[in-house]
Design a protein around this ligand. Structure first.
Ligand code: WT7
Length: 682
């Protein structure tokens, strides 16, 4: 009988079903990959997985160095494959993989694949917002474009270790810019092009880029968004804080806006098209240490200040490539499309690096998946014969609401594996995705991971074992998930609690930029000895994992992580707002919605106009995606006698579970609860 080394559960059940015990599958709600799929899969059975998994946790150095050898290293790493301390009681937290190894991730994505004969293979199919507008780059062409930009950056003083901030929509220039930075050892920090000027400024001030790369405008659906205005405002704000950049390289996105309509600062602003194409199409690689930084990506936490998650080169390279390969059961003939934006970690690991490291053909789509109509995603799937499709539950739910006919009028025959990421996928959305989108034929990889983890942590390997709708299933190679109770004690077998990880994995983030203390405090102090994910999780008797959402003050809206403190601080910046408390509330499409309780300064009356201007304050400070769904007027907030806001009560009021308010007697003023309930629908 096979069991997981980490005590993660007994999988004899799986063996029984693999052997054709159909009854069991109904009883346990297991959905099997077809024999046809499994027989050709990279990992074709639970036994095969267990064998590999066992080695990966018993001999991580051997397991990962064997894989790392498939990549190009200018010099091999030192005698230690990895070095770690994950226990704050034993000293500072440290994670290192392949230290002393010298490599370059851009070289491994492009030059290495070209040298192995794939230069004419398509690297990127680009699909524009408007149907019919598209583009294509082979590996050779992509390398040439990357080299030209890398040469521009070098020529303008960007050196190894310098930061470059990228604020671009999903044009081909976005992955090109990331790869160009990587080629010369510069550290990119991509900021999602839906963030506001103030958020961009905050990030510029924190990471002090030498150059900012952006474009003048983008069309989203039928709206034109002037990105250059946003960047101009951010650069002004940064310069008031003493931070200036050497140049703002601006790509002219002529389909959205002309040059003459773009506000320009001579001396600082440069048109991409005027300078970059003049540079040579070859550029020497700057070789870096495996532990040299590759990128910074800001993410939300439970305080108002975003965290600069820092990933390094070697471990991240091996991990993003390997997770991509196995979780999607990648074959050289696949056409892969991930709907995520490169502004989030998903776009880093699974639009750019993971797929290109595997020499894959990637679809990059500029627009919204339901523009101009809800069938657009499947039109794109059919157009490019997409085989691997990776998206978020929020899109699945929204397309499900639009009706099956928008899906079924397209063939979708090319599809082989479907993926899900960002939040738990509810079983009904899972089934719709499986039955309608995938014609009950394509396994679903529900991948659980985080900005911090760099790559998949808990995910199905699609040909290896049956799936359960709504479960991210079992750990990836080398990952040892543990579930702990409040005291940090590991719980075995069937249980629920806080999800932690024991030991390091190559893709783990190494620090929070400029704040190693916060890194230790947030992730390693809550449960000493482990990395704490911030998620709740239960594990069933078969060892399958069921993620239950964040247990901290972070809300997950459409798969985007938003800190309640950030929204609160945006609200209180409004001159008429005295206090605000924000909680997450269930939302049919977005997963969670943002629900804000707002106390106005004395004497200010409630009004629809004020509600709108409060929402505008959040759009302005963070971005439209963080706008509250509901403003609930609050004459007072429920606080303990020591002044702490009792969010537990606010969550119950927001979700209308009024009979579950619990004990309110410890409140400084219990009357506020009745006042809030009375104002719920105002
Ligand atoms: C948080 C991380 C990782 C890429 C996108 C979001 C939630 C993510 C799943 C999943 C259940 C999930 C978690 C996690 N999450 N994927 N498959 N099942 N929950 O990255 O912004 O760093 O957010 O997203 O709560 O902690 P992120």
């Amino acid at each position: 009988m096979a069991t997981f080394p980490s005590g993660a559960g007994n999988i004899s059940q799986l063996n029984a079903v693999i052997l054709g015990d159909a009854l069991a599958s109904e009883e346990f709600d297991l959905i099997f990959p077809s024999h046809e799929f499994s027989s050709q899969a990279l990992v074709s059975s639970p036994q095969k997985y267990l064998e590999m998994y066992k080695r990966s946790v018993e001999d991580p150095a051997g397991f990962w160095s064997d894989i790392a050898c498939e990549f190009y290293w200018k010099e091999k790493w030192g005698h230690k494959v990895f070095d770690e301390n994950l226990d704050v009681r034993k000293g500072p937290i440290k994670i290192q993989w392949f230290k002393g190894g010298v490599t370059n991730i851009c070289y491994n994505c492009l030059d290495r694949n070209i040298e192995s004969g794939n230069g004419d293979k398509v690297a990127i199919y680009w699909e524009g917002n408007e149907p019919g507008v598209d583009g294509v780059l082979t590996y050779n062409q992509l390398l040439q474009k990357v080299c030209q930009l890398a040469n521009y950056l070098k020529d303008n003083g960007v050196e190894k270790g310098n930061a470059v901030l990228i604020y671009l929509p999903m044009l081909m220039e976005l992955p090109i810019a990331m790869l160009a930075c990587a080629r010369i050892g510069a550290v990119h920090s991509v900021v999602f092009a839906g963030f506001s000027a103030e958020s961009v400024a905050q990030r510029i001030i924190d990471c002090r880029p030498k150059i900012v790369i952006t474009c003048n405008a983008v069309t989203r659906g039928s709206k034109i968004i002037n990105l250059k205005d946003i960047v101009n405002a951010a650069l002004d704000e940064a310069s008031h804080n003493g931070i200036t950049v050497d140049a703002c390289l601006t790509f002219e996105n002529e389909s959205a806006m002309t040059r003459k309509d773009t506000k320009w600062q001579v001396g600082r602003d440069v048109w991409w098209q005027d300078v970059v194409p003049k540079y040579p199409q070859v550029c020497d690689v700057v070789w870096v240490d495996a532990e040299d930084p590759l990128f910074l990506l800001y993410t939300s936490g439970s305080t108002g200040k975003p965290k600069g998650v820092l990933h390094t080169t070697g471990g991240y390279m091996i991990y993003s490539a390997t997770t991509f390969k196995y979780a999607f059961d990648y074959k050289q003939s696949d056409i892969y499309w991930c709907t995520a934006d490169c502004g989030w970690i998903t776009g880093h690991s699974y639009v750019t690096y993971g797929p290109l490291l595997n020499g894959a053909t990637v679809v990059v789509y500029e627009g919204a998946p339901n523009y101009p109509d809800p069938g657009r995603s499947w039109a794109i799937v059919d157009k490019y014969k997409v085989t691997l499709f990776y998206t978020a539950p929020t899109l699945v739910r929204s397309l499900m609401r639009d009706g099956d006919e928008h899906v079924t009028r397209y063939s979708r025959k090319s599809l082989r594996v479907l993926g899900s990421v960002g939040e738990p996928i509810n079983p009904s959305a899972w089934r719709w995705y499986f039955n309608v989108v995938g014609d009950s034929r394509c396994p679903i990889s529900d991948t659980w991971w985080q900005t911090e983890t760099g790559g998949f942590m808990i995910t199905p390997l699609p040909g290896a074992w049956p799936q359960k709708p709504g479960s991210a299933t079992l750990p990836f190679f080398g990952v040892q998930p543990v579930i702990v109770d409040e005291k940090g004690i590991e719980i075995e077998g069937e249980c629920s609690g806080y999800l932690c990880i024991k030991g390091s994995w190559p893709g783990a983030f190494r620090t929070l930029y400029g704040d190693h203390d916060r890194y230790e405090t947030t992730y390693f102090k809550p449960f000493p000895g482990y990395y704490f994910s911030g998620d709740g999780c239960s594990r069933d008797k078969d060892g399958y994992h069921w993620l239950t959402g964040r247990v901290d003050d972070v809300i997950n809206v459409s798969g985007h992580r938003i800190g309640t403190a950030e929204v609160e601080s945006a609200l209180v910046s409004h001159p008429q707002c005295a206090e605000a408390a924000v909680v997450g509330v269930e939302h049919e499409v977005k997963g969670q919605g943002i629900y804000a309780f707002v106390t106005l300064i004395d004497g200010v009356p409630y009004s629809e106009e004020l509600r709108k201007s409060l929402i505008l304050a959040v759009r302005k400070q963070i971005g439209a995606f963080a706008a509250p769904d509901k403003i609930h007027w609050a004459p007072g907030l429920p606080k303990t006698r020591s002044g702490k806001i009792m969010r537990r009560i606010l969550r119950k009021i927001a979700s209308k579970q009024l009979d579950e308010l619990g004990d309110t007697s410890t409140l400084a003023d219990p009357c506020v609860v009745d006042q809030l309930i009375a104002l719920a629908d105002c």
